[in-house]
Each structure stands twice: as C-alpha cells, then as structure tokens.
Design a protein around this ligand. Sequence first.
Ligand code: GAP
Length: 455
Amino acid sequence: MKTALREDVAEKLTSLAKRRGFVFPSSEIYGGAGATWDFGPLGVELKRNVKDAWWRAMVQYRDDVVGLDGAILMHPRVWEASGHVENFIDPLVECRNCRHRFRVDDLPKGDELMDAWRSKRLDLSDTACPNCGERKLTDPRRFNLMFKTFVGPVEDEAAVAWLRPETAQAVYVNFENVQQATRRRLPFGIAQIGKAFRNEITPGNFIFRSREFEQMEMQYFCRPDDAPRLFEEWKAERMRWHRELGLPAERLRFREHAENERAHYAAAATDVEFEFPFGWKELEGIHNRTDYDLRRHTEYSGKKLEYFDDTTSERFVPYVVETAVGADRTTYAVMCAAYDEEPDKEGIRVVLRFRPQIAPYKVAVLPLSKNERLVPTAREVWAQLRPNFISTYDETQAIGRRYRRQDEIGTPLCVTIDFETLEDRQVTIRDRDSMAQIRVPIVELVPALTEKLRA
Ligand code: GAP
C-alpha cells in the first residue's frame, strides 16, 4: 500500500538525496552556489545509468545515429548565428516596492501575460506583486539567459565567450565534418551528451531547474519533406524510451507548443511532460528546427553547410528534427517515480523502486553480523561480485536495518552470508520488491544475480 502523498515526495526526496549521498547543494559549506548541485556517490551512478541508457537507445542500437562530444566554449559568432544572443531572453519584472524580481510567466496568469508580452501589448498596471501585493511592477526587461565570460587575459568585447545554453550548436557547426568523416547519407542523426548553462532567473524545485545541467540531445538531419513524418516517429520513440526507463505511462504526456510559445528556431515543438510532485512539467523537447541552424551558420561563417545527394544530383540544406532532454531532470523524474512507502513492522519501509538497469548499486553484500568468522567470507563474496556489478558492502547494525537502508537507495538485490554459509557455501539472495529470499551456492552467485537483474 502506498502511503506517501505525491506532494510530500519532493520534500522527502530532497532530504533523502542529501542524507544518502545522491545530490548535495554545490559549495554548501559556503552557503551554496545558487541552483547548482553536486552528485554524490549514489547520484553519480544513477545519472550515469540514465545517460548510458540514453546513449544505448540513441546511438548503440541504431544504425543511423553517431556520437559527438563538442567543446563547451565556442566561437562567439556561433551564438549570434544561432539566434541566442538576440532571442534567448526571459522577460523580467521588478516590484518597485519590495524589490523582488519575477519572470513574467511566474506571475499569476503567467501564460496570458506571456502571450501579451510576445504580441507587445503587455500591461502590468493591474497586476499585484506576488510578494508584497502592491501594484508596482516595472515594465519587463529583456534578460539574456546565457552566461558571459572572457577568453584570454583582457576582458573586452573582442574576448567575449558564452557558456553554451544548449549542446546542439556543436553538432550543427560539425555537420560537414561528421558527414564527410562517416560518409553518412540522409537521414542520419548526431547525438551528444554534455553540460549546458543557463542563468535562470527563477531556478528551483531541487535539480529540476538549475543553472548548470547536462543535456542529452540528438539532431536528426533529413530531407525537408520527411521532417514532419520523422518528427512524429521521434515523438513515439522518445515516449517509448521514457517508459522503458521506468516512468509510468499515466505520468507522461505530450504537450504541443502553440505557435507563439515556440523557441525562435522551431517550426513545430512538442514537450514530453512528466507529472512531477509539483505538477506536470517539461521533461523533453522535440523540435522541427527546419534548416534554420544550418542556414544561419552558412550566413554567419560563409561556409556552405549543404548535402549533396549523388543519386539525384540534388544539393540542398537538410532539415533537422531534434530531441532534447535533461539528464539531471530525467534523473529526478526517475527518483520521483521510484519513491514508495509501505507500512511494515518497524513503521514505514521507504523503497526506491528503480528498474535494475538504472539502480545505483545492483547488489549489496551483507554478513549476518560483524562476527569475525563471517566477515572474511562476506568480503571474499564481495570481491567476486565487484568485477561484475556496481555493488556495496555493509556490516554495521542489525540485518533488518541494513535491508531497509538498501531499500531506501533502491538496491534491487542483497546477498547475505550467515553461519550456514560457512558449512554449505551457500548464500541468501533477498529481493528488494518482494522481499522473497532464496539460497544459492556461491559458485552460482554471479549467473543467478545476472538473471535476476535482467528479469
Ligand atoms: N536544444 C534544444 C533545447 O535546449 P530546451 O527545451 O530548452 O531545448 C531541453 O531544453 C531540455 O533540457 C529540457 O526539456 C530539460 O529537460 C533540460 N533543461 C533545460 N533547462 C534546464 C535547466 N535550467 N535545468 C535543468 N534542465 C534543463
């Protein structure tokens, strides 16, 4: 029986994440660095598993997608060409009374206000400040979300560089390099995982919206006529992937963007939304970016970015269907979906029901007690498992409490070494979800665990 209310889950997860070593606030001993996070020993495993699952589905299993790992610092003209210098803007208002600042879409009736802002008829004279209630909001100021820095020792306009707000641009500027190096024919995709940075005005909801995060993006180059069909195919494929990762179907949905809310580069855009504890929110964006980016880079760099079809002798600029999902946001979604509580003898059992494929630790090795006869065998078993599984070892406190500790971090299987083990060389495998236990010989342990983790 589930006892956790969905709304409580965000708070409980934030505390569990810190206590158990999933996620820590960055620079915490200095009071935090403002919406940046450090992934601890469990978080780094979980996020890596999410990224590996994405790479397997998007690159390894496909015959039409290759990978790239582009630099974060790029030529500043890239961001002029991409439109980010001009258009990657949030409207920001300030209350003249209490000095609080807000993004227009965070004000009450934010969606309507954003529509009005986009069509240049926004009037805030009747809008109360959500903090102090006074009707003294300023006109919106255009706030560029890109972080600016300088390359080299002189901090002048010629030395400006931007921290990339999306990974996609490294793919566009390398379109010709990749196409020629791999001799790919359309349609084909280029996938990339990497850090992105946005100076978010209102970050929050734990790792949902932060200023430094990782994206997993794929740009699929195709003939212009094929883009609408491929857009639909990628929508279906990405939804399939989220479900396979363990996100329940009833907590996932598509949301089409209206024409006036689409990013400056998109002719069509659909979000995959997930029902987080704080409501339905974007998890992934799927965009038909047309030939916008390749054309703009051609215009700004003077280098033609085209495709030559030698079967039809046509030369044209390909269209791009993009899938763009946050690694941190997906990790958080997976944690929200996995969180469960159920009553038990000792009160409440907290379980993170991760799919084994993404669980941080696959196996925990637990001697029944710290007894000096048990510990060497338990350590010997752990040594056998380590080359096969990311695993952990725990010998402190009662065995029941240690099972609970593993449940709370989502370890699918525990292996227990008891006094009988010393006689019969058998150990107990205990299943996180059913709590069922079976005995297997140590010599058969690795295949038995492998099979259970695959089930
Ligand atoms: N290249 C297209 C692009 O960047 P986006 O919808 O702005 O599209 C894609 O971002 C995904 O990146 C989002 O769906 C989200 O998962 C993630 N993301 C964006 N901003 C984020 C932030 N501030 N913190 C964490 N993840 C973020």
